[in-house]
Design a protein around this ligand. Sequence first.
Ligand code: ZN
Length: 147
Amino acid sequence: MNIEQLYRQVIMDHYKNPKNKGFVADPNYVTIHLNNPSCGDEMTVQLKVEGNKITDIKHQGTGCSICCSSASVMSQTLKDQEVEKADQIIHEFYELIKGYPFNPDILKGDAIVYQGVSQFPARIKCATLAWKAAEMGLKKIKEDKSK
Ligand code: ZN
């Protein structure tokens, strides 16, 4: 198995058996819904932050394998992280997706399998949709806190 096949395998595993999938009707979660018209992806991400830590993430959506698997990877990567660190991780993920050098001390684990996406610009929005939703959710939490 070469590295590309391995990456594709990881993506398909998350697509078929997504982590943290679901929706909770709980006002303690911030809910962000985004769509990607160019591919037809729909994504809802929910975040729960307690203190300075993301204690739970849920995602639910329909779309292509890149989008849905990436939501699973995002939830796995950011759950139990501190908000500040999560923002750094999201930033490094965007660097990776664009094909730029990223910091492997910050961005670790399954997320790195998306580095091939940079060769397919049409899929970049698919890979980043759930991460954008998480980024917006964290921003909203910070804004609510400072009120
Ligand atoms: Zn897509």
